[in-house]
Design a protein around this ligand. Structure first.
Ligand code: PLP
Length: 368
């Protein structure tokens, strides 16, 4: 009898699955660069530089029972999120980060026969989900100013089952052209509008609209505005029929009791979280201005808590990243051909940004 071979037996489309380019672990970085953990400025993950809100931190000390399963129906959490968003709880489902919800959308609506469309460069989980499900993936390249090539995208959407668009987009930081929402829905595709960074913009969320529209799913998260990326809480807002399908298919206890407590407490701390978002937005403007005054850096306009920065003096994003790493500052670089001369940096607290500004001045001289 031949023994089961876990590699040979993989579903054919999984055999060449590209690995997701996840963040490096802090401890690994500490030992690789001979730094103290406290010296490291980790600005590669677009987490919230201020961390969790005070009430979330307090709730994590006391406010949950690790011995119990969480509520599979997410009654309290969905109701609190619904109040925050301005819709009814029946229009909300929470996931272990928006990442889980992206996976759930693939499981529910995308087969290997289907086409999925996005506009890159963009968040990697859309392509990853497609590779995992063996679907046809069309990445419509963004234009030079990172705006979406609407004609090409809409043509591709005609045959698509799902269109994933992030607004603001990661890593480019810009928002989508609002008229695209209607036009994509008119093609008959499901539009997944990922608003992970919406709280850093002046734009009104499309979440309220999504509640009356089963062909529109808005994804939001506690990882960026909420400062609890490690707790993994995201949510989808959509029409009741789409949300029902997601509720039926999700893992029953996908939000841990600790994560639920942290998210509920964050929603009682919105004033502080909003104030922190305002500070980050102001700091984003300050950093962009300073970078624009250097000869070698050009940040793209951003509506999120990060900047995508072009390096103009011939050095690659990787080279700048290495120079920053030696100074304990970690930023994100890319293997995408369009982004070879770019790096992405999350906005720090005002104090952290002083360190960034000093480092930028130092490495402006090519030899350091
Ligand atoms: C556009 C976008 N969507 C979703 C996520 C992931 O969010 P979550 O932590 O809720 O899984 C990210 C994280 O970087 C992102 O940039």
């Amino acid at each position: 009898m031949t023994q089961f071979d876990p590699v040979k037996s993989l579903n054919p489309h999984i055999r060449n699955l590209p690995s997701y380019d996840a963040l490096e672990d802090l401890e690994g970085l500490v030992s690789a660069y001979g730094l103290e953990a406290t010296d490291i400025l980790k600005l590669d993950g677009n987490e919230n530089a201020f961390g969790p809100s005070p009430k979330a931190l307090a709730a994590l000390q006391t406010n949950y029972d690790p011995g119990r399963y969480a509520d599979a129906s997410q009654i309290r959490l969905r109701s609190a999120i619904a109040d925050y968003v301005g819709v009814q709880p029946k229009h909300i489902v929470a996931g272990a980060g928006s990442d889980e919800l992206i996976g759930l959308i693939y499981s529910l609506w995308v087969s290997s026969e289907d086409t999925v469309v996005t506009a890159g460069p963009t968040f990697g989980m859309y392509a990853f989900g497609s590779a995992l499900h063996g679907s046809n993936f069309i990445d419509v390249p963004r234009l030079g100013d990172w705006s979406i090539d609407t004609a090409t995208l809409l043509a591709a959407a005609q045959d698509a089952k799902v269109v994933f668009l992030a607004s603001p987009n990661n890593p480019t930081g810009n928002q989508l052209q609002p008229e695209l929402i209607d036009k994509i829905i008119e093609t008959g595709a499901l539009l997944v509008l990922d608003e992970a960074y919406i709280e850093f913009t002046q734009t009104e969320s499309a979440a309220v609209r999504a509640a009356s529209e089963s062909a529109l799913i808005v994804l939001r998260t506690f990882s960026k505005w909420g400062g609890i990326a490690g707790m993994r809480v995201g949510y989808a807002v959509s029409g009741e029929r789409s949300i029902d399908a997601m509720l039926r298919a999700k893992q029953p206890y996908n939000i841990s009791t600790a994560s639920e407590a942290a998210a509920l407490a964050s929603l009682q701390d919105t004033e502080i979280l909003n104030e922190r978002a305002r500070i980050l937005v102001k700091e984003r403007g300050r950093l962009a201005e300073i970078m624009n005054q250097t000869e070698y850096l050009r940040p793209s306009t951003s509506d999120a808590n990060f900047l995508l920065v072009q390096v103009l003096d011939g050095r690659s994003g990787h080279e700048i990243s290495e120079a920053l790493r030696r100074r304990g500052i970690f930023v994100r670089t890319y293997n995408d051909d369009r982004l070879v001369n770019y790096f992405r940096i999350s906005i720090g607290t005002p104090k952290q940004n002083v360190r960034i500004i000093d480092a930028i001045a130092e490495i402006g001289d090519k030899d350091v």
